[in-house]
Write a protein that binds this ligand. Structure first.
Ligand code: LCS
Length: 392
């Protein structure tokens, strides 16, 4: 594969090394440890003067193949695959935060990305400020001398709020902060934060990158060798590493990312437009609708509008509950970004552990329903919503 190959070519070929036995796919090296050629080779591997594999927590060819593929697609120096999206988030926190340091984060982030700071990193003296990062002036005002990281999720889970990545990169450069972007909702197909000035991009691989609702995983991509090496050391020392079989499944899912994403977002736009015109729907937030407050920014920094939306049913939570209890095609389940359409209630499910006032301040209202659009027929999904709304 040529270095300047297109995105679709890289999706299929990046990360794969020619196999000595001719396997077209990267084999699953389901081993915990690797045999050295001799004692000197073992010592050289540990000294870093030989590139041989040592032990799967420290590196494995199946996992490396996935790491190289995602790093290539995001345009970074190196990728680090881990056991879950939360392992990616906490590995990043462990890399850049120390006792006494401060992080500024989007208020609307995946619930656990916030609560792990409030409940656990606070025990080690880490301070955190959560705010509406779609307003750049609020970020500037929150920065303190001990601020080390600016962490944004865009579009945000579950409010679909969009943050200006390039604007945040300017602020991060000015104040010497690491800009980290959770790119889970977009995948590198729709948005490449490193190209817009971010230092690190991370994913819950559980979502669009794997895409088939059968694996939990995470990945980080660092722009520079320096950040990559330090983060890799943090990860392998703490041990939240991915398993080779998990990496194999994700690599398989990744190959169809672009065509899955294209179809899902085509469905999503049709559904969002239909919902917006439905008399029982109070509001819809979808980046592809001109009514989205950051529709223009979304058009600039995203290659498409994605497959996630949130909406409110007239009649509030009770009406939303009736809708969720009556859908027959969409699956009532958390997670997102798979080939099947999922529906859930953020306030009582994915963001249940976020304090009530914090939820409201982040825009996670009680009437909010989150809908992750899959690759079924849009007409069938609309018919499903229609019959459920009739009962709401
Ligand atoms: N970042 C984002 C944006 C997420 O949506 C999630 C999980 C994570 C990180 C954590 O990833 P995990 O450890 O679960 O792989 N989001 C979920 C959601 O909205 N419903 O269930 C999980």
């Amino acid at each position: 594969m040529k270095k300047n190959s297109g995105f679709h070519t890289r999706l299929i070929h990046a990360g794969h090394k020619k196999d000595p036995l001719g396997s077209v796919t990267t084999p699953i090296y389901q081993t915990s440890t690797f045999e050295f050629e001799n004692a000197q080779h073992g010592a050289d591997c540990f000294a870093g003067t030989s590139n041989g594999y040592i032990y799967t927590r420290l590196g494995n060819p199946t996992i490396r193949s996935l790491e190289d593929a995602v790093a290539n697609l995001e345009g970074g120096f190196g990728g680090i695959a881990v056991a879950s999206g939360m392992a990616a988030v906490t590995t990043m926190y462990m890399t850049f935060l120390s006792a006494g340091s401060h992080i500024v984060s989007s208020a609307a982030v995946y619930g656990a990305s916030r609560t792990v700071l409030e409940k656990h990193f606070s025990r080690f003296g880490v301070e955190a400020t959560f705010l509406d990062t779609s307003k750049l002036e609020l970020i500037e005002a929150a920065i303190r001398p001990n601020t080390k990281v600016l962490y944004i999720e865009t579009p945000a889970n579950p409010t679909i709020a969009i943050t200006d990545i390039a604007g945040c990169a300017d602020i991060a450069r000015k104040h010497n902060l690491k800009l980290v972007v959770d790119n889970t909702f977009c995948s590198p197909y729709l948005q490449r934060p490193l190209e817009l000035g971010a230092d690190v991009v991370l994913h819950s691989i559980t979502k669009f990158i794997n895409g088939h609702a059968d694996v939990v995983g995470g990945v980080l991509v660092c722009k520079t060798e320096e950040d990559y090496k330090f983060m890799y050391n943090v990860m392998t020392s703490m041990g939240p590493n991915m398993d080779p079989h998990q990496a194999y499944l994700v690599s398989r899912g990744l190959k169809t990312l672009a065509i899955r994403m294209e179809r899902a977002q085509e469905n999503a736009l049709k559904i969002a437009q239909w919902l917006e015109n439905h008399p029982k729907i109070a509001w819809v937030l979808y980046p592809g609708l001109p009514s989205h407050p950051q529709h223009e920014l979304a058009k600039q920094q995203m290659k498409g509008s994605g497959a996630l939306m949130s909406f409110g049913v007239k009649g509030g939570f009770e009406a939303g509950r009736k809708l969720m209890d009556n859908v027959q095609l969409a699956v009532l389940a958390v997670s997102l970004g798979g080939i099947e359409t999922l529906i859930q209630h953020p306030a009582s499910m994915t963001h249940a552990k976020v304090a009530a006032e914090a939820k409201l301040a982040a825009g996670i209202t009680d009437d909010m329903v989150r809908y992750s659009v899959g690759i079924e027929d849009a007409e069938d999904l609309i018919a499903d919503l229609e019959q459920a709304l009739d009962k709401a």
